[in-house]
Design a binder for this molecule. Structure first.
Ligand code: FAD
Length: 470
């Protein structure tokens, strides 16, 4: 890293907002995808959009790549530094700027954590709906960049459905503001930027949709002898017109993990459980609980338990969220994959995942969202045993191939990062990838933002750019 660029950065944002000592940089050598590591050369902590714009202009002038980073909880290596680059951390831009209950929106800086916003909204009667499992640390900027989802996305949508406006610094240091009012006459650039994994610009400020707290919440937990019965119940619940706020299938792998990790209240001899949460008006929920009960019974449920969650905080859900805690008891390391299949394909994919685990001799614990067919297979391994790491990676790749084969996708919410680059050309046609590249190029013609992420390298496209043909 040239001294000139560090000097320029220091002059612009102050030495106290820059890290460059190897011992400090080591902390930033990976995100939550820990299998690839490389420390950045410099880390900067801008404190305002103006400072972000200045940093981008300096990088632009020196032809230096930029890797944006929130809390670093990403599971696909999106924050990995590849080659010389500046890591731009947004965590010192952490102010909730406005909570506007009349218009039901909140305005936050990108480094505000999802949980910080939830706490700021406590007692207002409103909440911000996307609740990724990593919400305790992950930032709203990171949630936007990965289009994060959570257990409640089935009813309330993923991040993009809850973003009203974005302020973003582009590659030339200019500041783009989209929204917060919908403009149906324009391109949906909020949709383009959301989920772009830091490849199009740095998101600095976000206008978010707030949702009214539901009046009441109810849960049903039912056990079954087969995954098919559980998934059929889930499908029939949705066909009946009920949209649960969350619905998860807990297969044998997850039940065993929860049982080993914690004292579970789910019968340990059950092969599968279905956990359903509904929310809304109390009077409506009573009728829906009866419908759910009879659908569970019609599909051979063994034990059924129904409860009220009215007096518990929204974050008190257990089920799939327990899985990550349980894995901490079971293994020193784990790889959290994500994929999605059509809901009706959950039984074959869960069977296939169990088969893949046996084949590669790795334990896989799968959290399956029965509403939308998204999956989080957690593959356990020990970093100290290189052979297990290789087997875990091979198992992960095979199960993602199966998601594609079943008509699904290699990511439901975690993004592509560096981890899933090879799958992009399996999932998309060359023309699709070319279109994505044109979008990237039009936002970031200098290739400054997060190079080597999201889109696989395309030599012919790059040659066309060099030749001025695109
Ligand atoms: C235990 C655990 C559970 C998880 N559960 C879920 C889950 O349920 N659902 C889910 O969707 N994800 C989940 N994740 C993944 C992760 O929490 C999300 O992807 C989250 O949105 C990342 O936020 P972050 O602030 O940590 O972003 P980072 O990890 O810091 O960054 C992620 C990506 O976004 C880019 N980026 C970050 N901030 C900005 C910005 N301001 N502007 C432009 N680009 C930016 C980065 O370059 C990178 O490509 C989980 C992770 C862990 C560790």
């Amino acid at each position: 890293m040239s001294h000139a660029i560090v000097k320029d950065l220091r002059a612009e944002i102050g030495g106290e907002n820059i890290l460059s000592a190897p011992s400090e940089l080591a902390v930033y050598d990976c995100d939550a995808y820990t299998l690839k590591r490389n420390p950045p050369e410099v880390v900067v902590f801008p404190q305002s959009t103006k400072q972000v714009a200045s940093v981008v202009k300096i990088c632009n002038r020196h032809g230096m790549a930029i890797v944006p980073r929130g809390a670093g909880t990403g599971l696909a290596g999106g924050c990995l530094s590849i080659g010389p680059s500046i890591l731009v951390l947004l965590t010192r831009m952490n102010r909730v700027l406005e909570v506007n209950l009349r218009d039901r929106l909140a305005v936050v800086e990108a480094g505000v954590s999802n949980l910080q916003l939830t706490k700021a909204l406590s007692g207002t009667g409103c909440f911000f709906a996307p609740d990724p499992t990593g919400q305790g640390a992950s930032t709203i900027g990171g949630n936007v960049a990965t289009n994060a989802g959570g257990p409640h996305s089935l009813k309330y949508g993923v991040t993009v459905n809850n973003v009203l406006g974005l302020e973003t610094v582009l590659g030339d240091g200019s500041i783009l503001q989209l929204g917060p009012l919908d403009d149906p006459a324009a391109f949906d650039l909020i949709g383009v930027l959301t989920g772009s994994e830091g490849t199009l610009g740095i998101v600095t400020k976000i206008w978010l949709r707030l949702t009214l707290n539901p009046q009441a919440r109810r849960t049903t937990q039912a056990t079954f002898d087969s995954v098919d019965d559980a998934v059929n119940t889930a499908t029939q619940i949705i066909q009946s017109g009920i949209i649960p706020s969350a619905m998860e299938v807990l297969d044998q792998s997850l039940l065993d993990a929860i049982d080993q990790g914690f004292a579970s209240d789910i019968s340990s001899d059950s092969k599968t459980a279905l956990a359903i949460e509904i929310d809304g008006l109390a009077a409506t929920l009573e009728r829906q609980q009866e419908q759910i009960l009879s659908l569970c019974q019609n599909n051979n449920a063994k034990e059924i338990e129904q409860n009220s969650l009215d007096h518990q905080p929204r974050s008190s859900r257990k089920f799939g969220k327990s899985a990550l805690g349980a894995t901490g008891h079971l293994s020193p390391g784990y790889l959290i994959e994500d994929g999605i299949v059509p809901r009706t394909k959950l039984p074959p994919i869960l069977g296939k995942i169990a088969e893949i685990g046996r084949k590669h001799q790795v334990r896989i614990i799968t959290v399956a969202h029965a509403g939308d067919g998204s999956l989080d297979p957690i593959i356990l391994f020990d970093h100290r045993d290189r052979a297990t790491v290789a087997r875990a990676l091979a198992a992960g790749h095979e199960l993602l191939d199966e998601c594609i084969a079943l008509g699904g996708s290699v990511t439901a919410a975690h993004g592509i990062g560096v981890e899933k680059l090879d799958f992009m050309s399996k999932q998309f046609q060359p023309a699709d990838l070319q279109a994505f590249e044109h979008v990237r190029y039009s936002f970031d013609p200098f290739g400054l933002f997060n190079p080597g992420k999201l889109l696989p390298p395309n030599e012919s496209f790059n040659a066309d750019i060099d030749a001025g043909k695109t």
